[in-house]
Design a protein around this ligand. Structure first.
Ligand SMILES: [Zn+2]
Length: 285
C-alpha cells in the first residue's frame, strides 16, 4: 500500500479501517484541525495520542502516506484535546490553504470531509433507521432499505472566459475589497460540465461562451466541491451581472489585472496560465 502511495504522488486515499495501528493521525476537534506546533505536518504521530486511543468520538481511515504508513482521522472532544501534551492550535481548513503543501492539504481535507459526512449520516434518509459502517468499504449502510450511502462530492465548474488579451472576472459582495476571480457554479443533475459552464457564465455575467477547453481539477473542501477548471472562449453578449451571485464582472487586460486569488487555488492557476499564454502569444483554444 505504501508503495502504491509512492506511485500516486505520495498519498493513497484508502477507504477501509485497517487492523494495524495507524502511524499518523489527523486530529479533528469540533470541525477544526488540531495542529501540533512541534510537528512539520498537520497530523500527529500516534505515540503522542496513546492515552486517548480507543476513546476517540469517531475514527475513519484516511489512507497511506509514502514514507509514513497508514493514517486515520480521529474526532476528539475539546476536553480530550486539552489533555494532549505539548502545544497545539486548532485551525479551520481555510486557514490551512496555502499554509501546508498540496498533498498535506488533500489529506486533512479528506479527513475533515469524511468525519463530517459520517456525523451527518447517522440515520437513513429513507426510513430513519440508524446507519452502520459497511463491512467492505467506507459507506454507511441502512440494512432495512439495503442502501449504502457514500461521502458526497459536489462537482462544480470554474472557468476563465477569454477574448484575446482580456479575461472575464467577477466578484461577490462578501469577498475582500478589490478581489476578482474566475466564474464558478455547481453542476445541476442531468447537466454535463460543459452545459453547466455555458449556463453559469450566462446567468452570472450575461456573456455567451463559444467553446471550452478542460484545464485541471481541484478538490475544494468547503464543504465538498470538486472544481473542474476550464478555459472558455468568449462567444458574444454584453456584461450584465445578476446581482445575486455576483456584485460585479469586468473584462481585464492580462497586464492590468485586479487583486486575484492565490496560485494554490485553481482560479489563481487559471488566471496565471492565461497570463503566461498571452505573454507567449499562445492561444487557449
Ligand atoms: Zn433505511
Amino acid at each position: 500500500m505504501e508503495q502504491l502511495a509512492g506511485q500516486l504522488g505520495g498519498f493513497y486515499p484508502h477507504a477501509n479501517l485497517q487492523p494495524e495501528r495507524p502511524a499518523f493521525v489527523v486530529v479533528m476537534v469540533e470541525g477544526q484541525v488540531a495542529v501540533a506546533e512541534a510537528e512539520h505536518a498537520p497530523w500527529w504521530p500516534v505515540e503522542r495520542l496513546a492515552a486517548l486511543a480507543g476513546d476517540e468520538l469517531a475514527r475513519v481511515a484516511v489512507g497511506y502516506l509514502s514514507g509514513s504508513g497508514y493514517g486515520e482521522a480521529w474526532q476528539l472532544s475539546s476536553t480530550q484535546f486539552a489533555t494532549l501534551a505539548g502545544r497545539a492550535e486548532l485551525l479551520g481548513l481555510r486557514e490551512l490553504v496555502g499554509r501546508v503543501g498540496e498533498r498535506d492539504f488533500a489529506i486533512v481535507s479528506r479527513a475533515a470531509q469524511l468525519l463530517a459526512w459520517q456525523r451527518q449520516h447517522r440515520f437513513c434518509g429513507g426510513c430513519g433507521a440508524p446507519t452502520a459502517p459497511s463491512d467492505s468499504d467506507h459507506g454507511l449502510v441502512c440494512r432495512p432499505c439495503k442502501l449504502t450511502f457514500y461521502p458526497r462530492i459536489s462537482p462544480c465548474i470554474i472557468t476563465l472566459v477569454h477574448d484575446g488579451d482580456h479575461c472575464l472576472l467577477g466578484r461577490q459582495a462578501a469577498w475582500p475589497a478589490g478581489l476578482f476571480s474566475t466564474l464558478a457554479g455547481f453542476i445541476e443533475p442531468g447537466e454535463s460540465a460543459e452545459q453547466a459552464l455555458c449556463r453559469e457564465v450566462l446567468e452570472e455575467s450575461g456573456v455567451a461562451v463559444a467553446a471550452s477547453r478542460y484545464y485541471a481539477s481541484q478538490a475544494w473542501p468547503f464543504p465538498s466541491q470538486l472544481m473542474l477548471g476550464y478555459f472558455a472562449r468568449y462567444g458574444g453578449g454584453e456584461i450584465a451581472v445578476d446581482s445575486i451571485e455576483l456584485q460585479a464582472a469586468e473584462w481585464f487586460h492580462y497586464l492590468e489585472l485586479p487583486r486575484i486569488p492565490p496560485a494554490t487555488s485553481i482560479s489563481g492557476q487559471l488566471i496565471r496560465a492565461f497570463v503566461d499564454a498571452r505573454h507567449a502569444g499562445q492561444s487557449l483554444d
